[in-house]
Design a protein around this ligand. Sequence first.
Ligand SMILES: Cc1ncc(COP(=O)(O)O)c(C=O)c1O
Length: 507
Amino acid sequence: MNMNQTLLDYLQRILNAPVYDVAIESPLEQAEKLSKRLGNRIWLKREDTQPVFSFKLRGAYNKMSRLTSAELARGVVCASAGNHAQGVALSAKRLGCKTVIVMPVTTPRLKSDAVRALGGNVVLHGESYSDAHAHALEIAERDRLVFVHPFDDPDVIAGQGTIGMEILRQHQHPIHAVFVAIGGGGLISGVAAYLKAVRPDIKIVGVQMEDSDAMIRSIRKGERVTLEDVGLFSDGTAVKRVGEETFRLTKNLVDDFVLVDTDAVCAAIKDAFEDTRSILEPAGAIGIAGMKKYIAQHNIENESLVAITCGANMNFDRLRFVAERAEVGEAREALFAVTIPEERGSFKRLCEVIGQRSVTEFSYRISNAKQAHVLVGLATNDRQEAKAIRTAFTEEGFESINLVDDELSKEHIRYMVGGRSQASQNEHLYRFEFPERPGALMRFLSSMHPNWNISLFHYRNQGADYGRILVGIQVPDSDLKAISNFIEGLGYPCVEETQNPVYRMFL
Ligand SMILES: Cc1ncc(COP(=O)(O)O)c(C=O)c1O
């Protein structure tokens, strides 16, 4: 079939897809804050507001509603680690058919429970999605059940294509580009098929994660490639091999592609939250992350751009990571390793360079008689500011490394600064609490008696109302009275932990 015939075929399939039996026409909302920041009119197509918190029910229902009554009576089978499973389970409930949903044993309980709650018969099998997929095909063959593919099926693609139809109905003015996350390619294929049939001037831009980019690699190579491994942060788009039909459609209809990284996706989750007060899952925010990068790369101004926010099945335990990385992704936090001389007063000089800046992290452990390495996190407005801070460190004679792009530091080292030290004689350990106000940490540091050497320091801003810091101070026995007077004078709650056995074990 040539592309014109293909587009006509999909147009008919999309216009006839009965998705509103289960799906809503999701809102197309302008993101006011993001629009202002990016100098364009940014619209979010809110597929995260669907009944199962993703667009996946559109394709699954369109496919399943076309089955014969005999097929429905036998039931359907699918493999999925999350959103597709919920789409199939909800559709099956509506159509009164049985489902077998094969999920990898590693599927978070939250997702398998959501499928069971919709009446899905969950079979846990295999370590990965590929194992689950193979098992689902065996069941389909053995029990003569229809296999509902998550993306590589014209009816599934057409179901997702109803999103394109709604966008054009909801926004009848010019649109410069629409940004779509790609996993196996079903969503972008359907949306592109509709838009290119009706408004071919609108650019379609596909967005993938750097560590899960099977579609972009396939397009570059001119044939489908299979990735050995995929990153799982954005689990909704973690696909090793794209579909045959989705590859054909994407190759012919999609104008451009963008790759994004984890930090950028975390920042996009925050952007969406600031405008909508909703929390997207990583795959759901990829479109926004790609749009931001595309705007910057192509200097786009004053245009209307749409990002599909395609899912919100976020595990609650991920939020901490997302919040932490969002700051770095937005360049609102800079992380440095600063080297200062191990001598009295240099800690204070470091505090003076930092001045009134808001400190997000401060970790240090004495290790060497000459030099001290301090891990410093500071709130910034952009990457330029991080450069200016480095210059200020250099002017004070402190060497520094900017760690903002260093995975090792962001993932591990920041949690591991410390350890046992030969140089920590006479160390006393104190745990303090102080109100989390700008400048409070620096006031604390600069009020230390200059004769007492700080041999350990740990502080991380966790978003609580009280800052918690751990300080090791080397105090000669003759000064013990003086230090307790100092602590009393500070007026901050403090517990001495010098006798804590865990301190002795690890530090
Ligand atoms: C939230 C979310 N976004 C994007 C995708 C990718 O869709 P597709 O596989 O059709 O490219 C999925 C797929 O499950 C998803 O759940």
